[in-house]
Design a protein. Structure first.
Length: 281
């Protein structure tokens, strides 16, 4: 790793040239992925609609066709663009993260690179775990909650059925995926802050009660106004906060162990007799 990047100082113009090159690679990767995703936009949207189909089955409405509508001529076109951008961001993220790492790596020490790289790998994995949780569980639960409000019609009742717009459904599932994906970054962010010395495990423990309140407030802001998605986001956030505390304690133990080992080596070196003293002996 140390041989791949040079640590020598560079003029500002070279930094700007390097930044431009990394940005070109990142934007190029995103653009290529966008074109591919836009070509398959309808298929991707049908994949995103699958949780809605599951919620229809959960609500006992499997006899009914799953329908979405659009009320403006250009609405579904722009929805496909949003789907393509969303898919392109997911596909191109490894390349974008790699370019970010290659830009900042020359300014890091070898041990800092070794500490930074695992978090760069863990971040997309945690984001995908949060997105999978949304796709397979929370979106069907949210849509089932909304479907339960339907009114079948009959004696003295008006028939009321849920016919979501394509843009609103996409906005719902994308907001949930981004909300859960960001929340699942909590262990990564807290671990980086602990390694940098900005916070400690004790600080996280002392701020736990405030974190619980913030978790419910953030869930109310980031999710639709229904209790299912709000509680569904707040509870994993609290669990991830506890995981962050455990991770912080592990990092502090490793740091203390490394410091004790370094002190022990220093004492052994200081106590070892010099060559002259050994000759006299």
């Amino acid at each position: 790793m140390s041989g791949e990047y040079e640590d020598k100082p560079q003029p500002l113009i070279e930094h700007l040239i390097e930044l431009r090159r990394r940005l070109m690679w990142a934007v190029g990767a995103f653009f290529v992925a966008f074109l591919i995703c836009f070509y398959f936009a309808k298929a991707l949207f049908n994949i995103l609609v699958q949780p809605f189909k599951w919620s229809v089955e959960w609500a006992g409405l499997s006899h009914r066709n799953v329908e979405l509508i659009y009320t403006a001529p250009q609405e579904f076109f722009f929805t496909q663009i949003k789907v393509a951008m969303f898919g392109a961001l997911v596909i191109a993220f490894p390349i974008i993260a790699q370019q970010i790492y290659k830009f900042v790596a020359p300014g890091l020490y070898k041990n800092e690179r070794a500490a930074f790289l695992p978090f760069l790998i863990a971040s997309p994995i945690l984001f995908l775990i949060g997105a999978a949780l949304v796709y397979f569980f929370f979106t069907p639960m949210v849509m089932w909650f909304f479907l339960s409000m339907e009114q079948g019609g009959g004696e003295g009742e008006v028939s009321i059925q849920l016919l979501p717009k394509v843009s609103e459904y996409l906005g719902l599932i994308m907001s949930l995926i981004f909300a859960f994906g960001l929340v699942f970054q909590l262990p990564v962010i807290s671990s980086l802050l602990v390694r940098a010395g900005f916070i400690s495990a004790q600080t996280l423990v002392e701020k736990r009660k405030y974190a619980i309140v913030i978790a419910f407030v953030a869930a109310a802001i980031l999710t639709p106004p229904d209790p299912v998605s709000q509680i569904g986001l707040a509870l994993p956030t609290i669990l991830l906060y506890e995981i962050a505390i455990y991770t912080a304690r592990l990092i502090e133990r490793q740091r203390a162990g490394a410091a004790a080992e370094a002190d022990s080596e220093t004492e052994d070196t200081a106590q070892a007799p010099t060559s002259q003293e050994a000759d006299k002996a």
